[in-house]
Design a protein around this ligand. Structure first.
Ligand SMILES: [Zn+2]
Length: 187
């Protein structure tokens, strides 16, 4: 299942490229999403819109793959707000808070979860605990960070060789990356 998903505030394209369609707004040079959904580009009219999700809530179970954004980080714990479940991109998640414990990040020892995850990062993860709180794992190779934001200036980071570099301020950071990182799609 592929999708070009965005969450509110994310860049859909440049205002030069696209006219703002439904579910988007223009701020500065960029067209941004006003809703969580999937980008649809109308090449003929050079416009882009974000199709919001329909209302029937999705249920979450062990083994499901989900995508969410990190809203808080402590030494041994990351807190996420879930955006959608893979295969159900257009449907909302009701109880959307989830946790990643430091022991569920890599096969090898991690001293501080903040060395492999960053605030605002978008994460693809597998549910390993569905009650009472949703617990996630990102140990597998296809799981982990799919979009990363600079810890200093919040600009999206880019891969240069095997490093993650901020194109704006030059900061170098490290993450536990998903193989989907930088592709804009969730496989
Ligand atoms: Zn930066």
């Amino acid at each position: 299942m592929r999708s070009n998903f965005v969450i509110p505030g994310e860049v859909v394209g440049t205002a030069e490229e696209f006219l703002p369609g439904e579910g988007t707004y223009v701020r500065g040079e960029h067209l941004r999403a006003s809703t969580t959904g999937v980008i649809e580009v109308d090449a003929k009219n050079r416009s882009a819109k974000v199709l919001p999700r329909i209302n029937a809530p999705v249920t979450l179970r062990n083994g499901d793959v989900v995508v969410g954004q990190i809203t808080d980080l402590k030494e041994s714990l990351a807190i996420l707000r879930l955006a959608f479940k893979r295969g159900c991109e257009e449907r909302p998640i009701h109880n959307s808070e989830a946790l990643i414990h430091i022991s569920r990040v890599k096969n090898s020892y991690v001293k501080d979860i903040r060395s492999v995850l960053g605030l605002r990062d978008i994460i693809k993860a597998k549910i390993i605990d569905d009650t009472p709180t949703i617990g996630l794992s990102i140990v597998d190779g296809d799981l982990g960070v799919v979009k990363a934001y600079c810890g200093r200036c919040a600009t999206p980071l880019r891969i240069e060789g095997d490093r993650l570099v901020c194109p704006d301020c030059g900061q170098v950071e490290s993450r536990k990356l998903s193989t989907d990182f930088g592709t804009g799609v969730i496989r």
